[in-house]
Structure formats: C-alpha cells, structure tokens
Write a protein that binds this ligand. Structure first.
Ligand code: F6P
Length: 359
C-alpha cells in the first residue's frame, strides 16, 4: 500500500501533528507514504513529492505551519498560470494529476484542508481518485465536525491579545476594537470574546447596529467603567452593507477580507467622543505552537484518516462527533457550512453575562 498526503488552503496549527500521526500509523502498518509539497503542486510536477518516514516527522508535533507547505490557489481544476504579459489564466489539470498519481503508484490520498480543499477532493473522488479528507481551518466553519484543529490555538492567541488590550485600554479610558479572523463565521470572535471578557462581540451571523454598540459603551462609562473592548470577526458586514477589504487577492484565490475594525473604531470615536483604537490580529492567529487540545485532536484525525484508508472509506472525511472520531461523506459536509447559531447556548450565556452583540 502506498499513500500520499497533501495539505491545502491556509495553514492551521496542528497540521504537522496530523501529518505525524498519519505517517507513523501508516508506516506501522507497513505502508509507504509520500508527501505532495505545496498542496497539489507536488502531484502536478510543479513541486516535489517526497517520501515521508518516521524520521521525516520527528520533532514536528510542537511546530506550527506544515512541513509539506501549502497554498490557497492550487486547485487542479482551475490551476493559475502566469502569462508572459503578466496576466493570469486558469487551466484544468485534473487529468494530469490523476495520471501522475497512477504513475507514482499512489493507492490513496489523505487530503488535509478546509471546505475549499474538501470540494476539490470531492471532484477528484468523482474522477476516481481514492481520497480520505481531514478537516482543517482555524475558523472552525467546516460542518459535520464539532471542532477543527487550529481553532483552539487561534482562540488562545486572541485571548492573549484581549488580555493585553485590557490593561492599556483601562489606563487610557479608551475603546479598543480587536479584529480577529473569521471570514464567514464568528466562532473565534465569540469564543475569544467570552473568554477574554469583551464587552461587545460582533459576528457575521448576527445583524448589528452601530448605535447599539455605542449604547453599551456609554452605559459602561456611566457605570464608571471608562474603557471598553470590542471584538469583531473580520467577515462582519457594516450596517451600511460595506465589508472590510484588505489588499488584493491573486487569481485562483478567495477575495481577501479584513480591515473592518478600523471603520468601526472611527465611528465609535465619532459617536461617543471616546478615544478609540483598532487592531487587526491577522495571521498571528494562524502561527505558533498548537495547544494541547489541537495536538490531540490533530493526532486523532491523522490516526483516524489512516484507519479510514484501511477501511476504503473513499470520499469520506474524519470528524469529531464528541466523544468519538467518525467518518462522514464529504458530499454531506459540503451541503452547508457551519456558522454560529444566534440562539446557541454560548451566545445566550454571553448575553446573560452582559456581553452585547450590537443588536
Ligand atoms: O480560512 C481561514 C482564514 O484564516 C480566514 O479567516 C482568513 O480570511 C483567511 O484564512 C486568510 O487567508 P490568507 O492566508 O489568504 O490571507
């Protein structure tokens, strides 16, 4: 048996732990393991395909990033090509990847990625490739799994930032607006906001109004709490319909979001007269050593992915359905994305302890 492993999309702390667990489990079964570098680029011949052994994964558990590297613009169905004049085209190289995988003697692929990568994996499964998926995103927005690895580390990074913002906000009687990641889902903002004791949390799933945010800040002021912490998910839409835009995206890449915190901070300052500052935490949330929770979850996913390959669960994704790791069809996962439920007990509890969602 010869399997390959690839990591696609944005990195997440814990990717190396998945690779390590999958490699060690597979090697202990006597299987050969290959790693496709930079997503599918390795399998397409644009990067390396390397043998993975116990030696290759030694000491990587605690490391962020991915030893296989990654890309969020390498779909074999729309592969970006830069033309001589600097413009970009997209070509379908999916037949090529099928052929290369056959030539390399690859029996199955473990594809580790978010919903974009899982959608690509499903299209390759439809073409006959034997794939088992492993969900990955710090945003925690893949459905079918209670949790994705990387999320806990990102939340802890955000909490640390909120703790630090508290002391400076309090010293200056300021409002601090912290923007955390979460393109479509507000899980990082919600969890970090509660654990970091934010006063206002804004998430894409709950419509909000600027005046409600300001009311909360004024009420705190009147009660002698002269500073406030607002945590906002980058994917939040302004009540006017505007979204944050952060730089240009490249062809084959999702539109970049971010920067909404600054707009919110300006309006808060204008309406309340309180000095307000904003901070975009950005990719700090994607880096660093995974937490114990993420190391364990990632290791369980890696081990379960090898079990799923052994059981020929092609087109399935491993998932946490507490307390067990299960496998579910990727097509089911792709039917809907996971979002913060506005009536979830976590949101209700946040409201109960006095956090405003600006609504
Ligand atoms: O999907 C995970 C994520 O961290 C989003 O929250 C964020 O919008 C995006 O990745 C940023 O990706 P990039 O690495 O392309 O800047």
């Amino acid at each position: 048996m010869r399997i390959a492993i690839s990591t696609g999309g944005g990195d997440a702390p814990g990717l190396n732990a998945v690779i390590r667990a999958a490699v060690l489990s597979a090697r202990n079964r006597g299987w050969d393991v290959l790693g496709s570098k930079r997503g599918y680029a390795g399998l397409l011949g644009d990067d390396d395909v390397v043998p993975l052994t116990g030696e290759s994964v030694r000491g990587i558990m605690a490391h962020g990033g991915t030893i296989l590297r990654t890309t969020n613009r390498g779909s074999p169905f729309a592969y970006p090509v830069r033309n001589a004049d600097g413009s970009w085209s997209e070509v379908d190289r999916s037949d090529e990847i099928m052929e290369n995988a056959r030539n390399l003697g690859i029996d199955a692929l473990i594809s580790i990625g978010g919903d974009g990568s899982l959608a690509i994996a499903q299209r390759l499964v439809d073409k006959g490739m034997r794939i088992v998926g492993v969900p990955k995103t710090i945003d925690n927005d893949v459905s079918g799994t209670v949790m994705t690895f990387g999320f806990d580390t990102a939340v802890n990074t955000a909490i640390e930032a909120i703790d630090k913002l508290h002391t400076t906000a309090e010293s200056h009687d300021r409002v601090m607006v912290l923007e955390v990641m979460g393109r479509d889902a507000g899980f990082i903002a919600l969890y970090a906001g509660i654990a970091g004791t934010a006063d206002v949390i804004l998430v894409p799933e709950i419509p909000w109004a600027m005046e409600k945010v300001c009311e909360k800040i004024r009420a705190r002021d009147a009660a002698g709490r002269r500073f406030s912490i607002v945590v906002v998910a980058e994917g939040v839409t302004m009540p006017s319909g505007d979204v944050g835009v952060m730089g240009e995206s490249l062809p084959g890449q999702m539109k970049r979001v971010g920067g909404v915190a600054d707009t919110i901070a300006r309006e808060i300052q204008e309406r309340t007269g309180k000095e307000t500052r904003s901070l975009v935490l950005g990719h700090l949330q994607r880096g660093g050593s995974p937490t114990g929770y993420d190391r364990l979850l990632a290791t369980r996913f890696g081990g379960a992915a090898v079990e799923a390959v052994a059981a020929k669960k092609w087109g399935h994704m491993v998932a946490l359905q507490s307390p067990h790791i299960v496998t579910i069809p990727i097509v089911e996962v792709l039917k809907e994305s996971k979002r913060v439920e506005p009536d979830h007990d976590v949101v209700r509890t946040a409201r109960a302890v006095g956090i405003s969602f600006g609504d």
